[in-house]
Design a protein around this ligand. Structure first.
Ligand code: PRX
Length: 640
């Protein structure tokens, strides 16, 4: 059932007959309970609302589990899990299938059925993967919320999707400490809520027989996972669902303060994640050990921890904790222990390891590695070369993969064996995908000219909408150049070979350590503090995290004293972390008396970025008041 890796002829076929190419991949890579018809591969009659493999039926979880067992691969390890404190568990495909069957029966007993929304707020433990697959098995919709998000962020996501169940844990381990999660869920579901039950995994063993119920436990609403799962049937038949049945919602930051619930469906999504996982990483499921360091709370964790690798029957590693706990070589120790052959991570991590020095990875046997991947932000050539030389012994290919929560799967990447690698460039669209770099009048740019990245043809794993907001979907992605052209929000350029170089976001979205953050969302968190009258946030270049959040804040006159206190900036930094989550905590907060604005009142972030990055101020001619900038520069210098 495994098609061979694409060759040059396949690339030509993918260009000549894009739709036929994807139909062939969908048939080769997946099991369809009911095959789709040749004339229903793509319905693009009502753009930008696409339907792929419309009359086909499949079960996503069956594709990731049972069929591998049925094919005789039940004994192959699906997951090697490493907990941060040093505990570990492994699951074969047969064992993982058995766990998911039980979890599906449990969710059914709790009333979850096709189309229902289930919020998952878990650390990186096997139950995160099991929960996602159990939801998928029932044709229900998961909304995974990253464990670092605050109660307010979790509540907003639960409310937006009307989730009826939350799956969480008592907590997880990070940086050597136990981090409770259940109290955050308690705060998030306080008062009127759509949530009927909270299912709690006992990560710490707190739920042991006879142990007292933890604080905040609401009997009837709260249930221990291990107690409930012990009572359900072990058998569960995976029913087929339509290819366009929703699979998940994943919230991501946009240019406004409200996160967008990106909606993905089943057949097209699974086809493209399986295809890209297999071909971009040149996967050989019988022999490879694959490790993506992403958390399931992000799209990389959905597509390249759960769905892509498991659809392909891969053996993979998942790790709960931070890279430097309990020692800075933890990741390399894991690579050595499991003989990882394919590693997929983010440039931020690579740059952090570069700073620590090559002697740390040099202390471990990394000779099993044969392919390295990068995702989340542009990888600078120095980091690319270090990754290849120090981690890959100068031998492994490094594939830089460009994609987004919205694209669902990799869209632009080097293809091992087909393209000559180029440090710093994401290179070429994958087969079956059509992209371009255009100017603001939709003309293809010339080599070296900066332009906007667009996707010019529908693709199987494309987002199907923004949950509950079709207008915002059209407006955000499909209005800049018309309803059939997807505007990604990224700047890019071609080089002389026609390879693509990504240049970062062109909108008010920041990219911090490969995570998307919205300036508007952080600004609104800041102004929710009584001390703050007005706030402006920019993403400033940062050596390690790519960009860092830098905030400029005008205090209220009534709080001038508090704002002048030494701890004002750290108080506001903590306030943002508490409102949104630690990932949004600004690196710096500058208290200023004014912000640079145009005559029409728009904040000129470009100038604030100059200040934040310590540069001379650029062109200020459109400022309403040109002396403002010297005041801000002085205040920022004093503050730092
Ligand atoms: O700006 C691009 C950047 O990350 C954004 C997507 O963020 P998110 O939806 O959180 O998904 C991240 C993981 C796929 C993009 O708009 N980005 C992602 N990968 C790359 C990248 N920028 C440059 N090079 C990449 N390889």
């Amino acid at each position: 059932m495994t098609p061979s890796t694409p060759n040059i002829d396949d690339l030509q076929q993918a260009t000549d007959d894009r739709v036929g190419f994807w139909a062939a991949q969908a048939r080769d890579l997946l099991h369809w309970h009911r095959p789709f018809s040749d004339d229903r591969v793509l319905d693009w009659s009502d753009p930008p609302f696409a339907r792929w493999f419309d009359d086909g039926e499949l079960n996503v979880a069956y594709n990731c589990l049972d069929r591998h067992v049925d094919a005789g691969n039940g004994d192959r390890v699906a997951l090697h899990w490493e907990g941060e404190p040093g505990d570990s568990r492994s699951f074969t495909y047969a064992e993982l299938t058995a766990e998911v069957k039980k979890a599906a029966n449990l969710l059914t007993a709790l009333g979850v059925g096709q189309g229902d929304r289930v919020a998952i707020y878990l650390p990186m433990i096997p139950e995160a993967v099991i929960s996602m697959l159990a939801v998928a098995r029932l044709g229900a919709i998961h909304s995974v919320v990253f464990g670092g998000f605050s109660a307010d962020s979790l509540r907003a996501r639960i409310d937006d999707a009307d989730a009826r169940l939350v799956i969480t844990a008592d907590g997880g381990y990070r940086k050597g400490r136990f981090l409770p999660l259940k109290p955050t869920v308690d705060a998030a579901v306080e008062g009127e809520t759509s949530v009927e039950h909270v299912l709690v995994v006992a990560r710490t063993g707190a739920g042991d027989e006879g142990a007292a119920e933890p604080d905040g436990w609401v009997s009837g609403r709260d249930l221990w996972w291990h107690e409930e799962i012990a009572q359900v049937d072990a058998e569960h038949m995976a029913k087929p669902f339509p290819a366009e049945n929703p699979l998940f919602i994943l919230y991501t930051s946009g240019t406004t303060g409200k996160p967008k619930g990106i909606l993905h469906t089943s057949g097209g999504y699974l086809t493209q994640v399986a295809f890209t996982h297999k071909n971009v990483f040149d996967l050989h499921p019988e022999t490879d050990v694959y490790w993506s360091t992403a958390d399931v709370g992000w799209i990389t964790g959905h597509s390249y921890v759960v769905y892509g690798p498991l659809a392909n029957g891969a053996t993979q590693v998942i790790y709960e904790g931070t890279p430097d706990t309990p020692h800075p070589g933890r990741w390399w120790e894991i690579v050595e222990k499991h003989k990882v052959s394919i590693l997929y991570t983010a440039p931020t991590a690579i740059r952090t390891f570069m700073k620590l020095g090559r002697h740390i990875p040099a202390g471990f046997d990394l000779s099993s590695l044969r392919l390295l991947g990068s995702v989340g932000e542009p990888i600078n050539p120095e980091a690319w070369l270090w990754y290849r030389d120090v981690i890959g012994a100068g031998l492994t290919p490094v594939v830089d993969t460009w994609w987004q929560t919205e694209t669902g799967a990799i869209m632009i990447s080097a293809l091992p064996g087909l393209t000559t690698l180029k440090p710093g460039s994401a290179q070429v669209p994958i087969p079956g995908v059509a992209v371009d770099v255009v100017d603001d009048r939709f003309r293809t740019t010339k080599a070296s000219e900066s332009g906007l990245l667009v996707i010019t043809q529908p693709w199987p794993s494309m987002l199907r909408g923004i949950w509950g907001d079709p207008d915002r979907f059209v407006e955000t992605y499909w209005s800049t150049f018309g309803p059939t052209t997807y505007f990604a929000g990224d700047g890019a350029r071609y080089d002389d070979d026609g390879d693509i170089w990504l240049l970062g976001r062109v909108d008010d979205v920041m990219n911090v350590s490969g995570h998307r953050l919205s300036t508007a969302e952080i600004e609104s968190a800041l102004v929710s503090h009584p001390m703050v009258a007005e706030a402006a946030v920019v993403g400033a270049t940062d050596e390690t995290t790519g960009q860092a959040v830098v905030a400029f804040v005008i205090p209220r006159a009534s709080h001038a004293e508090a704002a002048a206190a030494d701890d004002a900036a750290s108080l506001l930094r903590a306030h943002v972390a508490q409102q949104i989550g630690a990932i949004a905590r600004p690196r710096e907060v500058f208290i200023v008396t004014e912000l640079p604005k145009t005559r029409s009142g728009k904040i000129m972030r470009r100038l604030l970025r100059d200040v934040a990055e310590g540069r001379d101020i650029g062109d200020t001619t459109t400022l309403a008041d040109t002396v403002v900038m010297s005041a801000i520069t002085d205040q920022a210098r004093q503050g730092s």
